[in-house]
Structure formats: structure tokens, C-alpha cells
Design a protein around this ligand. Sequence first.
Ligand SMILES: NC(=O)c1ccc[n+]([C@@H]2O[C@H](COP(=O)([O-])OP(=O)(O)OC[C@H]3O[C@@H](n4cnc5c(N)ncnc54)[C@H](OP(=O)(O)O)[C@@H]3O)[C@@H](O)[C@H]2O)c1
Length: 254
Amino acid sequence: MSSLFWLEGRIALVTGASRGLGFAIAEALAAHGAHVVLNSRNDHLLREATEKLTGMGYHAEALPFDVTDADAAVDAIERIREVHGRLDILVNNAGIQLRKPLLEWTDAEFEKVLSANLVACFRLAREAARLMLEQGSGRIINVGSVTGFLARGSIHAYVAAKTGLHGLTRSLAAELGPEGVLVNGIAPGFFATDMNKALLENAEFTDWVQKRTPLGRWGANHELGGAAVYLASDAASYVNGHILVVDGGLGATM
Ligand SMILES: NC(=O)c1ccc[n+]([C@@H]2O[C@H](COP(=O)([O-])OP(=O)(O)OC[C@H]3O[C@@H](n4cnc5c(N)ncnc54)[C@H](OP(=O)(O)O)[C@@H]3O)[C@@H](O)[C@H]2O)c1
């Protein structure tokens, strides 16, 4: 394998890695030699996911915590420092969705979605940066969304959070880049995960996604892994503040 994409010796934390896109990212990083620390809230599912990777001969461990719990997030990074002495890659992937008409949204619901999809990413990036700045190297990858560019109704907090996350990616890139810590984002289009269960079960919506996306289908989870490997690797050594769109061409067309 080309050494440009080889991640052996790198310690990576992937949040929301028990399933969906986070697991696909964790698997891809591990397959390229990284030691991956998988996170999510459900301890049981997380351990199963981690065992899948170790069963394939990869280096992986579970670190369950809620990314919206400020103390737990700080402790998690501190634990990685204690155990591994470093953190090379942070993938802020954990996220939640809520769909309802504007007039039904409460303030608390809006804040909850923002807390998981934006505030938690800021906090983990800040804590990871403490280690990465000491090392003089690191990669932070924020999983944004095409909804950071293109809005839909009913997912107001999600669109606000993902648009904010793309902006945060750029401000972090501006401050941390000169110190050797590169910060980029990935903006997935429509992928067939639990988050989209209701949409996948809706024939009309699925038909719309297929027609609207030039590749004519939903993305498969493994199709996101390569983008994370690239942004984490030496191949992306001059890429900073970029949002890599992985959407089958949806955002490029009308
Ligand atoms: N699927 C898509 O089409 C799509 C498109 C654009 C962007 N994205 C983004 O991609 C990321 C992953 O989405 P997905 O579709 O894979 O979602 P998913 O299938 O619902 O998985 C979400 C993951 O995040 C974890 N999680 C949720 N809240 C958490 C918290 N507070 N603390 C720790 N872990 C938490 C979940 O595990 P627990 O519930 O056990 O904690 C799970 O592992 C999200 O940021 C999402 O916004 C997805």
C-alpha cells in the first residue's frame, strides 16, 4: 500500500463509531494501520463494533461517553493522553437528527441538536488540540453535511449546526494550521444509515434521492471511509480548511 495513505502508529478517536458512517470511518482508518478509539453512548453496541475490528486483526478499543457531556469529553481526551501519550486524528462524527415543522420545534430541542452536532465538536476539537499542539501535528476531521450548503425544511437545527460546523472547520484551520494541526471537513450526501431510517422507508423520498443524485442511488457507508483516510493521511499534507463533499454529485447539480 502507498505510504502516502498509510496510518500506522497514529492514534485516532472517532466519535459515533458504533454504527453507520462512524463505524465505516473507524474501519477504514484501522484498515490503513491506525489504532482507532471508537466512541458512542451505547456501551454494548460499541464493544460489538470494536470487536468486529479487532476480529479482523485491526488495532481498536472502545471508549464510551456522551459527546454532549462536557466533563466526560474532557476526561476521554485525558484518558487517551494517559494511555497512548498522543492523539493524531480526531473525527467528530457523532450526530443526531430531528425532523418536524418549525412551529412544533421547542427551544430545548433546537439546543439539543446544536449541542450534539456543533458544540460537542468544538469542545472535543479544543481538547484534542491541547495534545496536538504539544505534538506539533494532528488532524481534525469534522463530519458536516451537504445541508451545510443546501437546506431542507423541517431539519432547522441540523442545518444550522452543520453550517456552523463547516464554519468552525475553517476558523480552526486558520488558527491551528500554522502549528501543524490540519482541520478539514467531510460533507456526506444521502447515506443509508439508521439516521435516515424514516426516509429510507419512504418510497417517494427514496425515489427523489435517486432522481436528484447524478449517481442515481444512496451512498453506501463504506464509500465515506476513503475521504477520512485521505484527510488523515500524508496525502492531504497541504489540505487545510477544506470541506470534502461526498454526495454522488448532488450538490453540484440542479
Ligand atoms: N447518513 C447520512 O446520510 C448523513 C448525511 C450527512 C451527514 N451525516 C452525518 O454523519 C454523521 C454520522 O451519521 P450516521 O448517519 O452514521 O448516523 P447514525 O447511523 O444515527 O449513527 C450515529 C452514531 O453517533 C452516535 N451518537 C449519537 N449521539 C451521540 C452522543 N451524544 N455521544 C456519543 N455518540 C453519539 C450513535 O451511537 P449511540 O446512539 O449509541 O450513542 C451512533 O454511533 C452525523 O454527524 C451525521 O449528521 C450523515
